[in-house]
Design a protein around this ligand. Structure first.
Ligand code: HEC
Length: 224
């Protein structure tokens, strides 16, 4: 093995150890079942963010900010809204939930849960009339339906936007415009009846055409 390869394989070993250690941290915090401040062994108080399928529901019942939606699982929606509206960007408070489309979510976990991702946990959901199912969840290794890694695509926006991409924060673009994300929000099956606006049918039709020519890979296939 030449020196370069050796270096790469050493780095991979370090990354693997890092991933496993961050998994064990999250397993430890997951055993608490309430969204509350729990007292743990040492007597130190710790905020716990419980996230399960019940944490997610109709996207349009969240708080709208520009073209996306926010919430806070600990009830601190004012701080989440302040972070989202800070024109210079800001670190989102624990418990924050951010969604652009019904099936992808970022949740701000307890401080120190995952330093690499700024404590964001990434989720991919499947949604239907009866609610949400968590298809995938995790920190550095969750892939979306494009086979794109949530964390690495959002990482360029770390400074100063706390991994929130929007437009112009440095992330690689996604091939879905706001007309399409809006149409998906207005037809979230968890909300009951769709509330289409003019042009939504065409936006969803275009999205469907992109899916069928393979541009969006499998991202929205199951929606049609
Ligand atoms: C190809 C890069 C890429 C990948 C992979 C990716 N995203 Fe994003 N994401 C973006 C971009 C760019 C935006 C902003 C789009 C816009 O508003 O026009 C965005 C927006 C979002 C938003 C709304 C807040 C924001 O950052 O603007 C959330 C939440 C989100 N993505 C979650 C996820 C999750 C969860 C995954 C993995 C399951 C994921 N993303 C994978 C690029 C990506």
């Amino acid at each position: 093995m030449n020196t370069h390869l050796k270096l790469v394989s050493n780095m991979m070993a370090i990354v693997t150890v890092f991933c496993f250690s961050s998994l064990s941290v999250s397993a430890e915090t997951m055993e608490y079942s309430e969204n509350t401040t729990a007292v743990i062994n040492s007597g130190i108080e710790k905020t716990v963010v419980k996230v399960d399928e019940e944490s997610f529901s109709c996207i349009r019942e969240m708080t709208p900010v520009r073209h996306f939606y926010i919430d806070n699982l600990l009830g601190d929606i004012d701080s989440t809204l302040a972070a989202a509206n800070n024109p210079k960007g800001e670190v989102y408070p624990t418990g924050s939930v951010v969604q652009l489309v019904p099936t992808e979510v970022m949740v701000k976990r307890e401080s120190g849960t995952s330093p690499a991702t700024g404590d964001w946990e990434f989720f991919e959901l499947t949604v239907d009339e009866s609610g949400s199912t968590i298809a995938k969840r995790g920190f550095v290794d969750v892939m979306n339906r494009f086979d794109g890694n949530c964390f690495s695509c959002h990482a360029p926006a770390r400074e100063t936007w706390d991994f929130i991409c929007e437009s112009g924060h440095g992330c690689d673009p996604i091939p879905i415009d706001h007309k399409m994300t809006g149409a998906l929000q207005r037809s979230d099956p968890r909300c009951g009846e769709a509330v289409p606006e003019d042009g939504d049918w065409m936006a969803l039709f275009k999205l469907k055409a992109m899916v069928s020519i393979g541009l969006t890979k499998k991202w929205f296939e199951e929606l049609f």
